[in-house]
Ligand binder design. Sequence first.
Ligand SMILES: Cc1ncc(COP(=O)(O)O)c(C=O)c1O
Length: 434
Amino acid sequence: MHDLPPTQATDTLGDDQALRLRADFPALAQSVNGHPLVYLDSGATSQKPTAVLDAERRYLETTNAAVHRGAHTLAANATELYEDARATVAAFVGVDADEIVWTSNATEGINLVAYAFSNASVGRGGAAAERFRLGVGDEIVVTEAEHHSNLVPWQELAFRTGATLRFVPVDDDGVIRAEAAAEVIGERTRIVTFTHVSNVTGAVSPVAEIVALAHDVGALVVLDACQSAPHLPLDLRALDVDFAVFSGHKMLAPTGIGALYGRSELLNAMPPFLTGGSMITTVTMEESAYLPAPQRFEAGTQRVSQVIALAEAVRYLDAVGMERIAAHEHALGERLLAGLADIPGVRVLGPPDSAGRAGLVAIDVEGVHAHDVGQFLDDRGIAARVGHHCAQPLHRRLGVTASTRASTYLYNTTADVDAFLEGVAGVRSFFGEE
Ligand SMILES: Cc1ncc(COP(=O)(O)O)c(C=O)c1O
């Protein structure tokens, strides 16, 4: 594990410290297509430090047992580690342990909430679940900037319940504005859901303003924290959202583990999504009674090693310091924007300046399809994401079908950014466009 100096609030990492951290990530040491790997796709998934890989392996080698079942020593140890991990991850995002539900990823977390609403709408959950019932005349508010994960489940919920899906339009830069949300949120609104940080524009949403608008009309807020939890200091209690989701694989942990935050009283009033073993108190042939949250939402044998690994990832991020990580990525994002502004034929999607932006940038290269841009960069060892990044409506609104995205993390340096800029600068001439 790294031995960086202690965190200071105004501090940033800088290239030296980012390089020292990079040594913790075995995957980043390789060459790709004859070039040292330049990994700029952490927005899709992050690389994993040895400490996280070791924690998962150690657990599997020494403990490995089903949690919340069995009285033997390994099962008791596994349960303790599993619940300690919940407390660690909860503290990382500023909430209580019993307000964190383990999921496979953010997508499952959003589906869990949407299905809890539709189960309540067909009468499941009794009087406690009344507040989650939706029907004709009720409105679910989403934004035009959402990842499909935070759009499709709400479309389906609307179909199942007869509720209406309404959209907050983004501005010409693709940014969610509170004024636009105010036009759409009203007396019929029951749910307001939006992304904290856009995975396309990197724009940070005005969370406090939108939460206030939603709560004023008694609506519940679901925050997609997929692109914020890994990159910014996050205090969900202070943000006052009712639910939030994030994915472990984007924050140094393995795939297969994510988290749903829900305010305790909401989780305990909600009917379950997945049902089966481990989430019940009593079962007869006709019906079942359910455990309180979070167990109520964790049906079946759980992914314990991934949970342990996520807690280790969070410890790693905490040790580096989230303020510092955010400042470092912001500086890299600023360099990306400044460099891209000087390359003819390249359009940056999203706000042109770095204020209110996280360290990721998506571009359109005039005359060259994003997949060709991606291939050209990959030939030079540069990993960037191409396509619509699961955000077709936002791309459509910005007048493109696809883009090329560079997304930074704590292990990236200015040299990575410069390699990307140099690569992009060569694209159009290579494809005969200048
Ligand atoms: C903003 C945003 N929301 C949701 C998701 C979905 O995450 P997952 O596929 O891990 O569930 C992503 C992943 O790219 C994302 O960037």
